[in-house]
Design a binder for this molecule. Structure first.
Ligand code: F6P
Length: 341
């Protein structure tokens, strides 16, 4: 049996740990052979492959990024895309495919599964917004990086009596903002799921100064004011139709300064959240996902995604896992009201 492996979408700490888990168990326990597909769905679409065996996965466990490369290529929007993918899988004698990715990459996997391709999915995204799994790998690392940034910003905010705004990733879901904001002791946390009122934000900022502290505002890139829209970086869209976000932090600092007269500055964490070595938890989770994904192939459980439920790894239908994203529940967000202001 020959298995193809690909990593799609934004890179994410732990991708290499998944690949290593798949290959080590696949070769050593099941005697499988592997083909690495380059750059997400571009690999099967263009027939771009790379050797993948035990030698290729040696030493990659603590490395960020992905040794297979990644892209946001979408074969469903390319003429004859599905046929080309099927032909290239056959040309490389690939019997089954393991696709490691977020909602877009796994959405393609679900569509291909419906067209008879043997595919198993592994959930990846620093945003933690994939439905059907309690956590995605990469999220813990991103939260740790964002929390450390919040910790560091406290000292500058207090020394200079400034409002410091920190913009983190999170297009439709505010998981990184919420977790890092709570862990870092932010005074305002703004998430895409809950439109914010600028008057209220300014009231929290002023309240913080009144008790002789300086406010830290954590904002997810997809957060929106009650009256207004998402702030876009530019007009471009990727192959899945996503706009590029970023700018809400700068907008907020400007508004806060104009309305309160307090100096306000912004830090945009950007790709720093996705870069570098994965946390121990992400290596653990990614390794387990890899081991269970190759077991799923062995069992012929195609059309499924491995998922974390509590402490167990389970299999869920790909179609169910990609049907909707997982957002922050309003009741969970409200738990932290006491810390605002
Ligand atoms: O994959 C999720 C994500 O981290 C989003 O939070 C963010 O909007 C996006 O990736 C940015 O991706 P890129 O670097 O490819 O523009």
């Amino acid at each position: 049996m020959r298995i193809g492996v690909l990593t799609g979408g934004g890179d994410c700490p732990g991708l290499n740990a998944v690949i290593r888990g798949i290959v080590r168990k696949g070769v050593e326990v099941y005697g499988y052979e592997f083909t690495g597909f380059r750059d997400g769905w571009r690999g099967p679409l263009d027939g771009a492959t790379t050797p993948l065996g035990v030698a290729e996965v040696r030493g990659i466990l603590p490395r960020g990024g992905t040794v297979l490369g990644s892209s946001r290529t979408n074969p469903l929007t390319v003429a004859d895309g599905i046929r080309k993918v099927k032909e290239n899988l056959a040309a490389h004698r690939v019997d089954a495919l393991i696709a490691i990715g977020g909602e877009d990459t796994l959405g393609v996997a679900a569509a291909l599964s419906g067209q008879g391709v043997n595919v198993v999915g592994v959930p990846k995204t620093i945003d933690n917004d994939l439905n059907a799994t309690d956590y995605t790998f990469g999220f813990d690392t991103a939260v740790n990086i964002a929390t450390e940034a919040v910790d560091r910003l406290h000292t500058t905010a207090e020394s200079h009596r400034r409002v410091l705004v920190i913009e983190v990733m999170g297009r439709h879901a505010g998981w990184i903002a919420l977790h890092s904001g709570v862990a870092g002791g932010a005074n305002v946390i703004l998430i895409p799921e809950h439109r914010f009122d600028m008057e209220q934000v300014c009231a929290w900022v002023e309240q913080r100064f009144r008790i002789n502290y300086a406010p830290i505002v954590v904002v997810a890139e997809g957060a929106m004011p009650v009256e207004g829209q998402m702030v876009l970086k530019d007009d471009t869209r990727d192959a899945f139709g996503h706009v590029r976000l970023s700018g809400i932090g700068e907008w907020l600092a400007h508004e806060i300064e104009a309305r309160t007269g307090k100096e306000a500055r912004t830090t945009v964490l950007g790709h720093i959240q996705r870069g570098g070595t994965p946390s121990a938890f992400d290596r653990w989770l990614a390794t387990r996902f890899g081991l269970h994904a190759v077991d799923a192939v062995h069992d012929g459980a195609y059309g499924t995604m491995v998922a974390l439920r509590g402490t167990d790894i389970v299999r869920v239908p790909l179609a169910e896992a990609t049907a909707r994203i997982k957002t922050v529940d309003p009741a969970l967000y409200a738990e932290f009201d006491v810390f605002f202001g």
